[in-house]
Design a protein around this ligand. Structure first.
Ligand code: FE2
Length: 338
């Protein structure tokens, strides 16, 4: 069994020493205290895998201490320890927040089994909690993308279509598993910063003025600001969104990065974005044939686009013809996060 962080609360020095020695012998990291108030402070400050709590401490009633521990550590298993076994005592302890109840002196084998069970339960709970957080995160990303596309009928499904093309290029270039999923996620989110761009500018039918174009150019940085606080652990995805308008020759924005300084995902998105922009209707022009997109990408290889990616894109003409004729596929619609 893996090492656990355990807090043992008991006012009897002999019990404290015994618990500490037995648990330390099994490799656990044990903190002990005789005092209920100090235990509450410790739990507020640190996280434990398990709390062993004596119910007859001086100064604070057992049930009250359990309730306050539960409040501060909602998912940590608590085993209540008592010198007097009674059904009423066990029921009261469970009602106050304990998960288990043991009578002192606890035999070493019994202690070891209870610790094992409690820690396993705690880890299972943690995994479930992390899964729920991930789902919540996923939903907030979905609603960000949906609100962007609801704002602009001309970009309906744009993010998903760019994600489809990006994903297929990434696979053709050898990406798989988590790396592939992160690239696809960046593609889905690439234009999220347009939420911060004025609708008048976004939906303008004619050419943009210099000021309007300057305003649109802010969207990668706005995207970075939106995503950074909610994407802990996804710095590569945030960076790909920030740099999706960098050109291979260094004349892009917002940072003027060049060549392989630009994240790979951003370089692929640049190609996929161009393909979808050309083959979709826009307020100022109708959709053009896929052939036109191949021409633009081939001509821009080495200047706007990474030549290696442009070559792979061009070699997959058959795939893109099918993409233009269909709605976004299941790969693009998937928002899996690894
Ligand atoms: Fe963009």
């Amino acid at each position: 069994m893996s090492v656990a962080r355990i807090l043992a609360i008991d006012d009897d020095p002999l019990v404290r020493a015994t618990l500490r020695d037995l648990l330390a012998l099994e490799g656990h990291d044990v903190s002990v205290t005789a005092d209920g108030e100090q235990a509450l402070e410790l739990v507020a400050r640190e996280s434990f895998d398990l709390i062993l709590c004596d119910l007859s401490l001086p100064g604070i009633a057992g049930a009250q201490l359990l309730e306050q521990l539960r409040e501060r550590a909602p998912i940590t298993p608590i085993v209540a320890l008592t010198g007097y076994a009674s059904v009423e005592g066990a029921v009261a302890a469970m009602k106050a927040g304990a998960n288990d109840y043991a009578t002192k002196p606890v035999r070493p084998a019994d202690l070891s089994r209870r610790v094992d069970e409690a820690v396993r339960r705690s880890r299972r709970h943690l995994v479930r909690h992390q899964r729920e957080l991930k789902m919540l995160f996923l939903k907030s990303i979905r609603s960000l993308v949906m609100s962007l596309e609801a704002k602009d009928p001309y970009t309906k499904n744009h993010s998903l279509k760019v994600a489809e093309v990006t994903d297929q290029i990434a696979v053709a270039m050898g990406y798989s598993g988590e790396a592939r999923q992160r690239i696809r996620l960046a593609a889905i989110l690439h234009d999220v910063g347009k939420i911060g761009i004025s609708e008048t500018v976004l939906h303008k039918g004619g050419p943009l003025t210099r000021e309007e174009f300057g305003h649109i150019m802010e969207h990668p940085l706005i995207g970075e600001r939106i995503l950074q606080p909610i994407m802990d652990g996804y710095a590569d995805v945030v960076a790909a969104v920030k740099h999706e308008h960098e050109r291979f020759d260094g004349r892009g924005y917002p940072c003027g990065l060049r060549g392989e300084e630009i994240p790979f995902a951003s370089r692929v998105i640049m190609v996929a974005d161009c393909f979808d922009a050309i083959t979709s209707n826009r307020p100022y022009r109708d959709a053009q044939a896929a052939e036109r997109a191949f021409e633009v990408v081939t001509r821009g290889a080495g200047s706007q686009f990474d030549p290696a990616i442009a070559e792979v894109f061009d070699s997959m003409r058959g795939t893109w013809m099918a993409t233009v004729a269909t709605e976004p596929g299941p790969a693009a619609a998937s928002l899996e996060i690894c």
